[in-house]
Ligand binder design. Sequence first.
Ligand code: BTN
Length: 247
Amino acid sequence: MSENASVLPIFVYKSTDSTNMRAKEAAGSEEFSRAVFVAERQTRGRGRLGRSFSSKRGKGLYLSLLTEGGIPAERGIDITTYMAVTARDVLAELTGLDVKIKWVNDLYVNGKKVGGILTEGETDADGMLKYAICGIGINLKKQKFDAELQSIATTVEDECGASPDINTLLGKLISRFYEELETAGTRELADRYRAHSTVIGRSVTVIKKSEQYPATVTGINDRCMLELLLPDGSRELLSTGEVSLRL
Ligand code: BTN
């Protein structure tokens, strides 16, 4: 192998608690700064805001991509939005489905959640990310979701009658993620993010740790922050938190 050839380790698990946890353990390795972690099943798949992510054996794609840090911690959101656009495009290409992005990290098809993204990292004393882990879960095959998910979650198979070959999906996601990572945080990416957003122009409930309140989404800026109009006429820019769509 040539000295300059880069090696991308790929770790595959029949079962693990969380691929993001496996990536976290490997972060800081002297042998590699990038690596891929895939599981057939997760026993403690994790979502944003402390939620769990349903990860039944062979029913979905459970993938974490470890990458170098070196960017300010507040730019971690760029990795999430970048993966959202990348995964949306790959899934749409392979299935023909109209895949949408629900700010900030969810993939939606026909009004239901088909996948989610959880980016994690560790910050150094200067507020820079030492590394970043981008975890993505996609519901591929029909399955019985827990009661609280049944009305809000769906699978690719439910929506188009078949699910793509998982190895093809993995290959495309991994290669595109690393190939185009430098486009994270760019205006061009924000344009693609906006083009597939489910929330622009919608009435939403803003969900924060300590409060919830109604708002209208007027746009998404070039940093993929949510532009909100509140009932009292004031405006807010949201970079973290979550919104739920109001009908
Ligand atoms: C969310 O819906 O809030 C995000 C879900 C992210 C799930 C993926 S599955 C692979 C990786 N490992 C985890 O424990 N979580 C992410």
